[in-house]
Design a protein around this ligand. Structure first.
Ligand SMILES: *Cc1c(COP(=O)(O)O)cnc(C)c1O
Length: 478
């Protein structure tokens, strides 16, 4: 065995072989940092040493570089890939929080690149040459789009809610209906945000029904605000009652109290004409009298991760001056993306065309069917001997906790390995996660489903390549 160890190639030999390799796969290694590649070569050789100890090699020749090289290359290429990278979303979930929520409009992508590569007037007033406000770049747009007097943006909507409560209600009571004490994925829960911001949550009503008189009875000298939380990710049906915002506003007004609304995904457009349920828009919340409204930038709005706060000028000014705002501040790249996205909304038709989240949510079944049949044709032609490919009706989801009960009709391309392929549907799903780029798909009714709603036609070739890779590996591994 000690003999065998001596036949292992040296690290430098491995590195030279990788550098001299002109193959497509090896070229992917060119941009990888040298020390990283060296560490991977060492790790690979350690792995082989383990195998020698385990008795996996009988002859010296098996340890010569040419014999080990294909495995070495695959190992190093796999390990040298950036950890955080692109994936192909074939799930049909448009605002997929785990896959990065919204894709940016091309205009927003360009704005990010410009702001990233060059200096900008981020906090510089070009009319006076003096210090300006970073919020000015989006405040006017947000006021115009929502009808609010003033606006501010922070890191995300969770931060927005925290900041609003900390500024306006700290140390005092905030009245919320028991039907609205929501938990959003990732540990955002209204009762906990409330206590983090130093407010006392005053719950009123029952889980299913809250009346105006419940709020009225709870108002006291310690009350700082009435708060309404959009139950974005669930629906209550049956014997239920919520107090409309306008009634809350009237009640709050008689006591001189503000009404705060956490709108959650906060659409800027009505989308019923496109087959989605009627959700209140940010402009409607403002018009109905919410004094401060918060919502996310990267859910239905389709922009970058951000928390948008709009409302009465005096409140917004106080929120801007809160030292906590400095800690939750939005960065310039996000601001560039958000400003460019909001500009598109000045023309709703343009927004629906250019903002990918809106375009994907509102795609027609006709276009989805056509794309599904094109993808199915491509896969059948190339992989028909190994995969059964069919198209059937299915449903996609908006995701991100928005429109929870909306089933968007779609056409799914469903795949299952042919009999004799010895690969399970779930094995195929798993193998697709190891391809480059990985393809994320869901298993439904015994088939692997590809939903064209979230696939750009330019990604069909990537799906084909990934399936080839996945099937090749699975069959090769046998
Ligand atoms: C999503 C959501 C949040 C959190 O927003 P992020 O932008 O993810 O921080 C808060 N409140 C409601 C009602 C939501 O739907």
């Amino acid at each position: 065995m000690t003999q065998l160890f001596r036949h292992l190639p040296a690290v430098d030999q491995c590195l030279d072989a990788l550098a001299a390799d002109r193959s497509h796969l090896a070229k992917a290694l060119r941009p990888a940092p040298r020390p990283l590649v060296k560490d991977l070569v060492n790790a690979f050789l350690d792995l082989v040493r383990e195998e020698i100890r385990a008795g996996a090699f009988a002859k010296d020749a098996q340890l010569a570089l040419p014999a080990l090289y294909p495995r070495l290359l695959a190992y190093v290429v796999q390990g040298a890939r950036p950890r955080f990278r692109r994936v192909v979303n074939a799930t049909g979930v448009v605002v997929h929080t785990n896959l990065g929520r919204s894709l940016l409009a091309p205009e927003a992508v360009a704005a990010v690149a410009e702001a990233a590569a060059h200096y900008s007037n981020l906090e510089f007033d070009l009319t006076t040459g003096e210090r300006g406000s970073r919020y000015a770049h989006v405040e006017e747009l947000l006021c115009r789009l929502t009808g609010a007097e003033a606006a501010l943006v922070v890191n995300n909507n969770a931060a927005a809610v925290l900041l609003v409560l900390d500024t306006l209600c700290k140390g005092r009571e905030v009245i919320v209906s028991r039907g609205q004490l929501v938990e959003i994925g990732g540990s955002f829960r209204i009762p906990e945000v409330m206590s983090k911001s130093g407010c006392v949550l005053r719950e009123v009503g029952a889980t299913n029904r809250t009346h105006l008189r419940d709020y009225e009875a709870a108002i006291g000298s310690d009350t700082a605000a009435l708060m309404k939380v959009h139950t974005s990710n669930f629906r209550q049906v049956g014997f239920v009652k919520e107090v409309p915002l306008c009634e809350l506003k009237t009640l709050a007004g008689t006591f001189g109290l503000p009404v705060i609304e956490d709108l959650g995904s906060g659409s800027l457009l009505r989308l019923e004409a496109d087959g989605l349920p009627g959700e209140p828009t940010a402009a409607e919340a403002v018009a109905e009298g919410a004094d401060v409204v918060t919502f996310s930038g990267d859910k239905v709005l389709g922009g970058p991760q951000a928390g948008i706060i709009v409302g009465r000028r005096d409140f917004i000014e106080r929120i801007k001056k809160n030292p906590l705002n400095r800690a939750l501040r939005i960065d310039k790249l996000t601001l560039a993306a958000l400003a460019a996205t909001l500009r598109l909304y000045l023309d709703p038709g343009l927004a629906k065309n250019r903002v990918p989240t809106l375009a994907m949510m509102t795609r027609s079944l006709v276009s989805l069917r056509a794309q599904a049949s094109r993808l199915a044709g491509l896969l059948r032609k190339n992989l028909g001997d190994r995969l059964d490919v069919s198209v059937r009706r299915g449903t996609s989801r908006v995701g991100g906790g928005a429109f929870p009960e909306a089933d968007l009709p779609t056409a799914l391309v469903t795949l299952s390995p042919c009999a004799g392929t010895d690969l399970s549907v779930d094995g195929l799903r798993q193998a697709l996660l190891a391809t480059d780029p990985p393809v994320v798909a869901r298993v439904e009714e015994g088939g692997l489903c590809l939903d064209p709603r979230t696939l750009d036609p330019s990604e069909h070739a990537l799906v084909l390549a990934a399936l080839r890779q996945a099937l090749g590996q699975a069959l090769g591994a046998k």
